[in-house]
Design a protein around this ligand. Structure first.
Ligand SMILES: *[C@@H]1O[C@H](CO)[C@@H](O)[C@H](O)[C@H]1NC(C)=O
Ligand SMILES: *[C@@H]1O[C@H](CO)[C@@H](O)[C@H](O)[C@H]1NC(C)=O
Ligand SMILES: *[C@@H]1O[C@H](CO)[C@@H](O)[C@H](O)[C@H]1NC(C)=O
Ligand SMILES: *[C@@H]1O[C@H](CO)[C@@H](O)[C@H](O)[C@H]1NC(C)=O
Ligand SMILES: [Cu+2]
Length: 760
């Protein structure tokens, strides 16, 4: 044995002893548990806060509305869960939001509480001219009236073919597809080892090429237990015409396999037998070569656990019903079953800053050499951004100690369903100081404030993708709205021609390019409802140097302009937006400047779709990075759930909102679109990561206050030279070693998110 080996052995031995000692010491150390005042919240149900006028329907209210409709519509209503296209059924319920003037009268002027009402959307399939009808039902909790508001809302009838596809219809289509597959047994055995291999379908949308169509390309994938099937295409895609209300009239309109189109599955089988089909055999995925799996390797013993933030003295925010307060902030929050998270009456101190802040739509526009991929323009609002907002996992989806809140919804069924723990709320250190300054000039001192913020979060799993929706409230009066994308990419079957539309990321997998684009409604009310839009930027002016006129300098100068027409306030996606865009008011701050809030957008979106596209109007909100319009009760949303299935004749076309209305000193709404181009690459396997895939916007005070309000934060740390920095009275950070010298009392890990699911 040489010297080197002896030394190495010695080091190893020492390391082992050291590790053992560590373990023993940690074991022996007495673990004390913090006694923290835990948050007492009543997460669902009506609180006596005034902002409960915005609260989502409770399960009880939903049941009342269902009962009322069954008793009073005068037709038989089938439970949507079982309803065929030719039946009548309730599609979904939502709270019917009060008219803003009534809400403000109640909130601000002591006027009467607006009646609590529901919106009920009913499919009338069981009549000679089927339609979709939207009803206003009230008052809750014991309804006595219902009104058909369809024409008032859309100006025309809602075509029955534009209705969203129900779970039952998807189930019926699946049954139809799998019956059709039996027409090509030899081919399927050869290409895909079917029926031994488990196949799954993926819907695309829109469903056709012109108004009235209801024909959907379904893409077939190998369904591997415990993994996302979306990245295991088998190469087969089927166009199903499901427009007929009679299921036995549904038909396969086209079949695509490996670059070729066929009349139907029987045709494919025949051509295959005639050796006219070039098939590519897809092997059955085994557990050990499942590249889609998110399962980690087993951890080595003694692998240390991840870090943890906790509140050493309890939570500093409170939740009653749907009302949240945190430091100077307060707001009401809810979840629309279709459009997703929504916030109301956001105030800082006593002043309202935002009346409504709500997600409107999430669009994904794909390119591919395969038909399913090339037609896909998912408008997730019609799939159910709120419906698919499932239970959050402690410590991963949100901090372990976050407060988790349940949501009830009713869609596709007569009974309310629960999305348990589907919102989380937490205060967190965002990881960089909100401010700090170390002074070694003038005098010696330090001042700083950690960036603690309150976050409201929900995550929607829309088929393959997961969108993380965040609303962040900072101590300086700023709000950040953010969306991150994660989850599985969608894919097409890889052939040599696919590379123009993405990257090959697996043996048979083309990660197909797409763009994500989200639209938000932001109804800011800065010091009242009457606001104007100010554009502020800079230019260079060339001037003679005053003290040396033979020289010139280029001097930056502020350019500003009130944008007084909707046309001027609509900024194309690919154009320039003034770097400072303000909602401003005639009120002035103490320095004589107009009190304002700034909209600052962080987005990497490109063109949404050329305007020559026959369906562009249905997503014409996507033309604009931001468009500011005069607020109107008749323009509550930038799109509708019917736009997805009839995008060629949309019921809501956002572009029509921009009609040269004067927008100075009016109640204004900003419609903001954020997004990014996603060209999937090898590292999107198994899933897309949130890192770098986040976009959003800030609402920031601009001369709204006389000084940054966070200067008053009790979390501030400030000391000068010569002070006893470790004194708890002087410096609250110094209290931590005492107050937090115990381990937090954590709730046990629990998850019930697989309960009561229908499907898969
Ligand atoms: C849709 O059907 C309902 C129920 O039959 C009916 O009351 C309503 O008038 C119809 N709407 C239109 C626009 O035809
Ligand atoms: C559906 O179509 C089939 C075949 O054309 C027909 O036999 C059946 O009666 C139809 N069903 C209804 C409810 O109209
Ligand atoms: C599942 O359904 C049962 C019965 O309706 C209900 O008690 C339970 O809370 C539900 N669980 C979840 C997680 O929704
Ligand atoms: C908008 O209205 C102004 C007058 O208020 C007019 O000069 C302008 O041409 C109009 N623009 C459009 C696009 O209609
Ligand atoms: Cu993506």
């Amino acid at each position: 044995m040489n010297m080197k080996a002896v030394v190495i052995l010695l080091i190893l031995a020492l390391a082992t002893v050291f590790a053992l000692v560590c373990v023993l010491l940690t074991k022996r150390e007495k673990v004390t548990t913090c006694v923290c005042s835990e948050l007492q919240s009543s997460p669902e149900g009506i609180s006596d806060e005034k902002s409960n006028i915005f609260a989502d329907l409770t399960a009880e209210e939903m049941s009342q509305v269902v009962k009322y409709l069954k008793d009073n519509l005068g037709v038989h209503l089938q439970d949507a869960f079982h309803a065929e296209p030719a039946d009548n059924c309730i599609y979904y319920l939502d709270v019917y939001l009060p008219v803003k003037a009534d809400a403000l009268g109640f909130l601000d002027h002591g006027r009467v509480r607006p009646p609590r009402q529901a919106l009920a959307v009913v499919f009338f399939g069981g009549q000679p001219e089927p339609n979709v009808t939207e009803f206003l039902v009230g008052p809750l909790p014991n309804p006595t009236y219902h009104r058909d508001i369809t024409l008032r809302k859309f100006g025309k009838k809602v075509p029955y073919n534009s209705r969203p596809v129900t779970e039952r219809e998807y189930q019926d289509i699946d049954n139809f597809i799998f019956r059709e597959l039996s027409k090509a047994p030899i081919f399927l055995k050869e290409c895909c080892d079917y029926p031994e291999t488990n196949l799954a379908t993926l819907t695309t949308a829109p469903r056709g090429l012109e108004s009235g169509d209801r024909a959907t390309w379904f893409v077939l994938f190998q369904n591997v237990f415990g993994s996302g099937y979306f990245i295991y295409p088998v190469g087969l895609e089927i166009l199903v015409d499901h427009s007929s209300l009679n299921l036995s009239h549904w038909k396969v309109k086209n079949v695509f396999y490996n670059g070729q189109y066929y009349q139907g599955l029987a045709q494919l089988e025949k051509d295959f037998k005639d050796r006219l089909v070039k098939e590519i055999r897809v092997e059955r995925v085994q557990l050990e070569n499942d590249f889609a799996s998110m399962k980690p390797p087993p951890p080595p013993p003694l692998a240390p656990l991840s870090p943890l933030q906790f509140e050493p003295q309890g939570k500093r925010y409170s939740i009653t019903g749907s009302h949240v307060t945190y430091q100077s902030w307060s707001f009401a929050f809810g979840m629309n079953v279709n459009t997703g998270p929504r916030l109301f009456d956001i105030r800082f101190g006593t002043e309202r800053i935002v009346y409504e802040l709500s997600l409107q739509e999430a669009l994904a526009t794909y390119g591919s050499d395969c038909p399913g991929g090339m037609v896909t323009r998912y408008m997730d609002g019609s799939l159910g951004i709120g419906k698919f907002s499932f239970e959050l996992v402690q410590g991963v989806d949100c901090p372990y100690t976050a407060t988790y809140v349940d949501r009830h919804y009713l869609i596709d069924s007569d009974t309310p369903k629960l999305n348990k723990n589907s919102f989380c709320i937490f205060e967190h250190d965002m990881g960089v100081p909100l401010r700090r300054h170390f002074s070694n000039m003038g005098s010696f001192y330090y001042g700083g404030l950690a960036k603690y913020a309150l976050v409201l979060r929900a995550v929607s799993t829309l088929i393959n993708y997961d969108y993380v929706w965040d609303f962040v409230f900072y101590q300086n009066g700023a709000i950040e709205v953010k969306v991150h994308a994660t989850g599985y990419i969608s894919s097409s079957f890889f052939t040599g021609k696919g590379k123009a539309y993405g990257n090959r990321v697996g043996e048979h997998t083309l990660g197909t390019m797409h763009s994500h684009l989200m639209n938000y409604k932001v109804d800011l009310d800065i010091a009242g409802t009457k606001n104007s839009l100010m554009a502020l930027d800079m230019a260079f002016e060339t001037v003679q140097v005053p003290w040396s006129p033979e020289h010139q300098i280029q001097r930056p100068i502020i350019t500003n302009q009130i944008l007084d027409k909707e046309e001027k306030a609509a900024f194309p996606l690919d154009g320039k937006v003034p770097r400072y865009l303000h909602f401003t008011t005639s009120q002035e701050n103490q320095w004589g400047h107009q009190r304002s809030y700034r909209i600052q957008i962080v987005s990497f979106a490109g063109e949404h779709l050329p305007e020559t596209s026959t369906m562009e109007k249905s997503i014409s909100w996507g033309r604009y990075k931001v468009a500011v319009t005069k607020r109107k009760e008749e323009e509550p949303t930038s799109t509708s759930i019917y736009n997805q299935n009839d995008p060629w004749d949309p019921l809501v076309a956002f572009a029509d909102f921009i009609d040269n209305e004067t927008i100075s000193n009016e109640d204004l709404v900003a419609w903001i679109s954020v997004g990014f181009l996603h060209v999937p690459h090898a590292e999107d396997i198994p899933t897309t990561v949130t890192v770098g895939n986040g976009v959003g916007f800030f609402l920031r005070p601009y001369n709204y206050f006389g000084i940054d309000p966070s200067v008053k934060s009790l979390d501030s740390v400030y000391f000068t030279v010569g002070q006893d920095v470790d004194e708890c009275d002087l410096n609250r950070a110094a209290c931590l070693p005492k107050t937090a010298s115990c381990s937090p009392s954590l709730p046990s890990f629990a998850y019930t998110g697989f309960q009561n699911l229908t499907g898969p």
